[in-house]
Design a protein around this ligand. Sequence first.
Ligand code: NDP
Ligand code: MG
Length: 389
Amino acid sequence: MMGDRKKKVVILGSTGSIGINALEVIHRFRDRFEVLGLTAHDNHKLLAQQCREFSPKYAAISHSRIADLKLALTGRKIKVLDANCDLPFLSALPDVDIVIVAMSGRAALEPFLSAASAGKQIAPANKEALVIAGEMITMAARKSGSRIIPVDSEQSAIFQCLEGQNKKELKKIYLTASGGALYNVPAKKFDSLTIDDILKHPRWKMGKKITVDSATMMNKGFEIIEAQRLFDVDVKQIEVVIHPQAIIHSMVSFRDGSVLAQLGVTDMRLPIQYALTYPQRWSSGLDDLDFAALAQLTFAKPDLKKFPCLDLALYVASQGGTLPAVLNAADEEAVQAFLLGQIYFTQIFKVVNKVVLAHKIQKRINLKAIQDADLWARAQAQILIKRIT
Ligand code: NDP
Ligand code: MG
């Protein structure tokens, strides 16, 4: 038991793929967790439904949907907040024990930082905030005593493999990648694929943005930077390994040559639950791995020519400063334009690459420098996207 009192949880982005899975985990352990806050961007119907089921004290939605949400929750004692500005307040409320950062994109930055400064236990699935401002977040967490237990499956695996180990003896992190929807598709066919083809991920069912990032392998690039920040390692210590079965969620090696791996079914409820119950492990009800049925686990090197976004992210990871924020912002704009049918798949890389190469890196970062770099990169990306369309 984590103590007698129920842990009070806020889920930022409860209507998304991770958020829904997080509520399933909490539902399974309703006697141990209490939902204090739920938030969404636009999906007021699902948020209202979740509020009826879990009766949080707070629900937040973007400004334009507040009236819809209030109407749906008439007669209930739920305080409705504005997700455009109130999330840092919600994440830092004295009552909150755990903040699950399950919202997508840059918007998670301020509430994530706020939770870190307020000493909360944080379970981040969101990687964008860690990419943009990982140093600031981890520093704030160290100062306040906030514990960050990652939900992103690779980072959760690395975290688990490093538990009880001496970090000084760590040699390498092997970040595994399933390869995304295009692993077996020749590069010359990329632009003939429809958005639906790209959105079919072979292993994980996820939100649209991260599924496109998996297809370009930018997602793995973000995870390199995410791992750098979470585990305080040099980019040279991180190696991406293609592992199509996605059973090994990542590995670490030590200076004596030993390698530790974390394996499990491809189900996000597993890392979500671990981040909630850490340092304990509770029964999950998920299937055991059937090794005989799996028969084999395979590995390969990533093809950086076919997936130039990964190569670009490696460069960005080696530079640091404001460049990761630029990479993230340009990618958010380019992926959005792709999902709107404004640019072709391979143009995502072209847009992001141009913006990254045009940026004058500022090495010492603070929130203002990051916000400026973010805005600059979005404007640059939009100029390039408009030129294409
Ligand atoms: P989804 O697109 O499914 O969900 C996103 C959630 O964030 C929704 O609740 C959405 O609300 C909310 N949201 C989106 N934009 C904003 C905004 N501007 N302000 C406030 N809330 C917002 O994404 P996923 O659940 O797939 O991913 C969430 C995060 O987790 C991403 O950062 C992703 O990279 C990361 N991640 C996801 C994994 C997965 O398996 N899905 C695995 C590892 C990491 P609404 O529904 O109203 O639009
Ligand atoms: Mg991942």
